[in-house]
Design a protein around this ligand. Structure first.
Ligand code: NAD
Length: 329
């Protein structure tokens, strides 16, 4: 099976090449371009493509891939909100993903963002480098004995609940389905979570239901000086409303690993007119916002698990024995 691997980064190539020889019959061609309608035709002559959260796998891309004879899309990630699933079904394209690789990697990053923005580590780092050892403006709050509100208690949310408990926080959560492993967590409705939490961390998937879950009406329900963290998907938050909330001094700090304009390559293009209209660029102008570029998953352990499960998915598909848990469609 020949796989065209889109959006290759140095760390992807290294982690996949390290174990590729263990999977007989699988060949990979690495491409730097991401999978988009304009690059889908590069898959001509391949059997499968490997894509990521940033890929645009909408109707047009699927149609081109189907036309080029692609019958398998290997997502080297958990989320799949960037795929037109109906179109994939129509063309009998199978989509396999990596449902969980290292939930702790993402949860640890979420807590890292929460701590950094709360204790002004980003400001302290810059100040000290410039020989300014003043502490003015660097006062934080203790998380100990405060309330953490976790939205979505699947694999990553559960890891975040355990981390928050380790910090001595009361942990409350909202999910459509309660996780029976989290006996120390009190499940509440969303309104209660917004009203009681000092730290809110988002760990639910992006769906029609969760799109813009955080917007003016929900921000109003939050406590003043709440810390908000999003390592899940950018569009869980309506950025314009978040900016309004920050201006109204609602947030002690905001830590974001994901942002609404992620697929628009706003910063890679760096064209002035794009930046001028970018809500992400506006967000970055606030001193109590810390943003990273979707790096929550990026640990050695997670990369190894991602490459292994993706190659197992390809191998199993080749041998007609795919794992139900990894099937998207
Ligand atoms: P998961 O499927 O194990 O858990 C998701 C949880 O969200 C489930 O318990 C589900 O019941 C719950 N949920 C679904 N709809 C909901 C709703 N309307 N309200 C509240 N809860 C709801 O997924 P996971 O592995 O924990 O991943 C969570 C999300 O993290 C993914 O969807 C993805 O967007 C994101 N993610 C980010 C990174 C990163 O690098 N930043 C890496 C991996 C995953």
């Amino acid at each position: 099976m020949k796989i065209l691997f889109y959006d290759t980064k140095k760390y992807d190539k290294e982690s996949f090449e390290a174990i590729l020889s263990e999977y007989n019959g699988i060949e990979i061609e690495f491409l730097e371009n991401d999978l988009l309608p304009s690059t889908a035709h590069f898959a001509d002559g391949c059997d499968a493509v490997c894509a990521f959260v940033s890929s645009d796998i909408g109707t047009k891309t699927i149609q081109i891939l189907a036309d080029k004879g692609i019958h398998l899309i290997l997502m080297r990630c958990a989320g799949f909100n960037n795929i037109d699933l109906e179109e994939a079904k129509k063309h009998k394209i199978t989509i396999l993903r990596v449902p969980g690789y290292s939930p702790e990697a993402v949860a640890e990053h979420a807590m890292g963002l929460a701590l950094a923005v709360n204790r002004h580590i980003h400001k302290g780092y810059i100040k000290v480098r410039e020989n300014n050892f003043s502490l003015v403006g660097l006062t934080g709050i203790n998380f100990y004995q405060k309330t953490a509100g976790i939205i979505g208690t699947g694999k990553i949310g559960a890891a975040m609940c355990r981390i928050c408990r380790g910090f001595g926080m009361k942990v409350i959560a909202y999910d459509k389905y309660q996780n029976p492993e989290l006996d120390f967590v009190e499940y509440v409705d969303l309104d209660t979570l917004f009203a009681e939490s000092d730290l809110i961390s988002l760990h639910c998937p992006l769906t029609k239901e969760t799109h813009h879950l955080i917007q003016e009406s929900t921000i109003e329900k939050m406590k003043k000086n709440v810390v908000l963290v999003n390592t899940s998907r950018g569009a869980l938050i309506k950025t314009e409303d978040l900016i309004k909330g920050i201006r109204n001094m609602k947030f002690f700090g905001v830590g974001l690993d994901v942002y609404e304009e992620e697929t628009d390559n706003v910063f890679e293009n760096r064209e002035d007119d794009i930046l001028e209209h970018s809500v992400t660029a506006r967000l970055l102008s606030f001193p109590n916002v810390i943003m990273t570029s979707h790096q929550g998953f990026l640990t050695e352990e997670a990369l190894e698990a991602i490459s292994r499960t993706t190659l197992e998915n390809a191998f199993d598909y080749q041998n007609g024995q795919i794992k139900d848990s990894n099937v998207v469609v």
